[in-house]
Every structure is written in structure tokens, then in C-alpha cells.
Design a protein around this ligand. Structure first.
Ligand code: FHN
Length: 466
């Protein structure tokens, strides 16, 4: 709460330190956004906790292979990792015809997995636009036999199904004429002298088109690391986007605030962006007062990579979701559809299993806040007013779930799934004990079983004086 109060002063985004930095343009020149307004704007996103990331594009055709060889790294980087000349890469467009693409099926897959929003790549580093744009011919309508916008139908289907919709947009663009090769192949690009504004206008033109045709709730920028892209550029684009759609939520990769793959926002100044973006990692400790979202692949590639079989188990994915929610964050879990438009079977299997677990235990994730406890040995904890959700990963030998004693009255404990079996509770001066006994006989307990502790009023940990 204290940290969020600081935001009344700075509305460029989340500065972990919350410190105000002299000399920077005052945010109120752009947005009179009070904490109340910001909380209202972020509310659905904070409630959601779980979303689907979709990396899709021409790179799904070679799917990580070039000239008969499997190239290292994620498939969406193939143009760079195989150093494919622009002309050679452009030939892929003539082969892109996703006849099996069914937005209804994608959205249903996400919804049934317990996901509340989808973020899809509109333009990745290869510069290819999956939507109808008049800013370039390097897009699905002008350059492919499919010749139709792919994103507007997906946005529409999300709305119909009650999911929120987000757009991923890469600032680095290996195809745009204003950007040129870096030292190593394409990454990071350089901007040609005197052509930066041309690229910024191009970006704004496309953002306008996407706001018009898809009305996204989230703008998920990426590829911000080339030196020619600056924090003031990020702030300017942030104001532009919020000016166009005041309610939109924008990640911290619009500017230069991201601390590498750790992804949280640096605190040496107020950076543009509304939430931090850890990538392929989960913060070690809870960050209850910071808005952050951890994005992760199910195997080792964001885009579809035919030979990448290094799939995480459904158990790992469910426990990641629980771990992230217990630390106050969101989980953006990725799928890389095939060139035909199918979500790969290993991803479908895992999402279906996660969905079965969420059907039983979703209330212990959606709309929860971070654990009030530093660490528990047997699993994780999330909470809602008057409720603690204990996520049991490993049942202790003595069958006791131990917690610090609470100053608040504990009304009882029960299993969330199954028939809601009540569990004995005892409390000593220092410790609250929930008597779980043996591994609870609830479905999918091997992923995690959830115990609900009903409590009168706000959760207060007993301060014990030794
Ligand atoms: O280079 C991209 C990568 O391809 C992928 O899009 C991830 C997703 O967060 N972001 C960048 C690496 O940080």
C-alpha cells in the first residue's frame, strides 16, 4: 500500500524503489492518474494471474531448421541464428497459409486451462506483421496466400469468450529499412542516420491500426535493447499509447527499465511501463507491492520448433503458477503454434492437465494476493480476505502443515477439492498446525493439493516475543 501511494507522484510506471528523480518531466503533464485510477486500470490484470503467450509467425515454417540443419536457439530467432539474408527469409511468406487456424479453438484452449488473457505476437523481430497494415507490404495480407488478418478474429473471439486480449510488438525490426544489421548478424540492429523518426512513425501507425482493429487491453513491447532505442523514446511512446487508449496496460519493455532477464524494473529513475517482465525465471522472493508477470516457454523455444522435445511437465508448470501467485505475480505461459495454425500436442496435453487442476483449485490462484509468510517448507501459500490457501507440494512426514501462529481467529481448515474434508487445526504460542495426515485423496494431488484455512478478518501473524 505504502509503495502504491508513491505512485500518486510518478505514473510513468513501477519504480521498485519508488524514489522520485529530479529533472524528469513530471508525469502529471501526461496522466493525472491517481493510485485509485491506477488500481482500477490494473484490477483485471492483477485478478487474472494466468495468461497465454502466443509466438506465431513465418518462423513456424522452418520450425528451427535451415538448409537441413537444426539451428541452435529459439525458432523465432532463425533469421539471425542462421544469418538468413532478407530476400531468402522473404520467400517464407509465399508458403504461409495457416488453413487450420481456428481462433475459437485457441481461445477455448486458453480458457479451459484457467487462463484469463492472451498476448499474441503481432510483429516479432523478423518484422513480419500478422495483421492487416498499410504501413508495409511485409504482412500476412499483402505477402501470403492466406491474405487475411489473423489477429482481429482472435481479438473478437477473446471478447466473445470473456478473455482479455494483448498484443506483442517488437521494437527491434530485422526487416524495416530504417534499421540495419548489427555487428553479429541482425541482433542488435542499428538505426540508419536520420531515419529514427521514420521508424517511430511506422510503429505509431501500426499501433493505431492494432488499437483500431483489435482494441487490445495489453501492449507487450519487446526488442527494446538496441542502444538507439532510449528511455525518453519509451516514455514518449508510452504517453502516445495511453493517449490513444487510457485504459491500456503496457509492460516495462516499452522503455529501458528492464533488468535483463530478471525483468523487474530498475529503481534508479521512474521508467516507462506498468509491470515488470521476468523471462524464463521466477523471482526468488515475494514482491507483493510490485506488478510483475513472469513469461515462460513450455520447452526451450517461443516459436514452434519441430525438434525441441524438452517439455516441462504439467506438474512443473502448475507449481510455477502457484509459486508465482504466492509471490504476487502473473504467469504468462507460452505456446508456439505450427505454420498450419495448430497448437502442438505436447502443449495441448499440458494445458488440459493444468485446466483440470484449475477447475478444482482455480479460486486459490485467481484474485489472490501474495503469501503473508516468508517461506513454508511443504509448498506455497496464497490468500484472499478471510482465507489462506495452502498449496501442498510435499506432505510432511508427520502430516502437519506448520505455519507461524496467527493473531486472528482461525475458524477451521478444509480441503479445497474433493468433498471439502474438514481438517483438525491446533495452535500453540508460536505455531499454527493443520493436521493433514496422509496425502489427501483429492484428484491431481500429485501436482498440488490445496487446503483452505478460513479466518476471521485480516490475516495477522502473531508477533511472538522469545
Ligand atoms: O528475443 C525475444 C524472444 O524471441 C521472445 O520473444 C522473448 C519473450 O519474452 N523475448 C525476447 C528475449 O528477451
Amino acid at each position: 500500500m505504502v509503495r502504491r501511494m508513491l505512485l500518486v507522484i510518478w505514473i510513468w510506471g513501477i519504480s521498485v524503489g519508488g524514489s522520485a528523480v529530479p529533472g524528469l518531466a513530471a508525469p502529471h503533464e501526461v496522466f493525472h492518474e491517481s493510485t485509485v485510477d491506477r488500481d482500477a486500470r490494473m484490477a483485471w490484470w492483477r485478478e487474472a494471474r494466468f495468461g497465454m503467450f502466443i509466438h506465431w509467425g513465418l518462423y513456424a515454417i522452418p520450425a528451427g531448421n535451415w538448409n537441413g540443419k537444426t539451428c541452435p536457439g529459439p525458432s523465432e530467432w532463425l533469421m539471425n541464428s542462421a544469418d538468413i539474408p532478407v530476400a531468402g527469409y522473404e520467400e517464407l511468406a509465399a508458403k504461409f497459409n495457416p488453413v487450420s487456424y481456428d481462433p475459437r479453438k485457441w481461445v477455448a484452449t486458453a480458457k479451459n486451462a484457467g487462463m484469463k488473457y492472451i498476448v499474441v505476437t503481432s510483429k516479432h523481430h523478423d518484422g513480419f506483421s500478422l495483421f492487416d497494415t498499410s504501413a508495409t507490404d511485409w504482412d500476412v495480407v499483402s505477402a501470403t496466400p492466406y491474405a487475411r488478418d489473423l489477429l482481429a478474429p482472435l481479438a473478437k473471439e477473446c471478447r466473445r469468450a470473456g478473455l482479455r486480449f494483448g498484443i506483442y510488438y517488437s521494437i527491434m525490426d530485422w526487416h524495416h529499412p530504417a534499421q540495419t544489421h548489427g555487428d553479429e548478424n541482425y541482433n542488435p540492429t542499428r538505426i540508419k542516420p536520420g531515419r529514427k523518426q521514420e521508424y517511430i512513425d511506422f510503429t505509431k501507425h501500426q499501433i493505431d491500426e492494432l488499437l483500431e482493429t483489435c482494441d487490445p487491453d495489453v501492449l507487450w513491447f519487446d526488442g527494446e535493447w538496441p542502444d538507439w532505442w532510449t528511455e525518453p523514446d519509451g516514455k514518449e511512446l508510452y504517453s502516445y499509447c495511453r493517449g490513444r487508449k487510457p485504459g491500456v496496460i503496457i509492460n516495462n519493455r516499452i522503455g529501458k527499465g528492464r533488468k535483463g532477464m530478471e525483468g523487474l524494473t530498475k529503481d534508479d529513475q521512474a521508467y516507462a511501463g506498468d509491470f515488470g517482465t521476468p523471462e524464463q525465471e521466477i523471482p526468488a522472493t515475494g514482491l507483493p507491492a510490485v506488478d510483475w508477470e513472469s513469461c515462460m516457454t513450455m520447452n526451450d523455444s517461443w516459436g514452434y520448433k519441430r525438434d525441441d522435445e524438452n517439455w516441462k511437465s504439467a506438474c512443473t508448470l502448475v507449481r510455477n503458477l502457484i509459486d508465482i501467485a504466492s509471490k504476487g505475480g502473473n504467469y504468462l505461459l507460452n505456446v508456439g503454434p505450427t505454420a498450419e495454425g495448430e497448437i502442438p500436442a505436447p502443449s495441448m496435453e499440458r494445458l488440459q492437465k493444468i485446466g483440470r487442476w484449475m477447475d478444482l483449485n482455480g479460486e486459490s490462484i485467481h484474485g489472490t494476493e501474495a503469501s503473508p509468510f516468508e517461506k513454508v517448507t511443504w509448498g506455497r501459500c496464497t490468500r484472499k480476505p478471510g482465507k489462506l490457501y495452502l498449496h501442498v507440494f510435499d506432505v510432511p512426514e508427520d502430516g502437519l502443515l506448520r505455519l507461524p501462529a496467527l493473531a486472528t481467529n482461525v475458524r477451521g481448515a478444509r480441503l479445497l477439492a474433493g468433498d471439502g474434508l474438514r481438517l483438525p487445526v491446533s495452535q500453540s504460542r508460536n505455531e499454527l498446525q493443520i493436521h493433514l495426515g496422509a496425502a489427501p485423496d483429492v484428484p491431481l494431488a500429485e501436482l498440488a493439493s490445496v487446503v483452505v484455512v478460513d479466518i476471521d478478518g485480516p490475516i495477522q501473524i502473531m508477533r511472538t516475543v522469545d
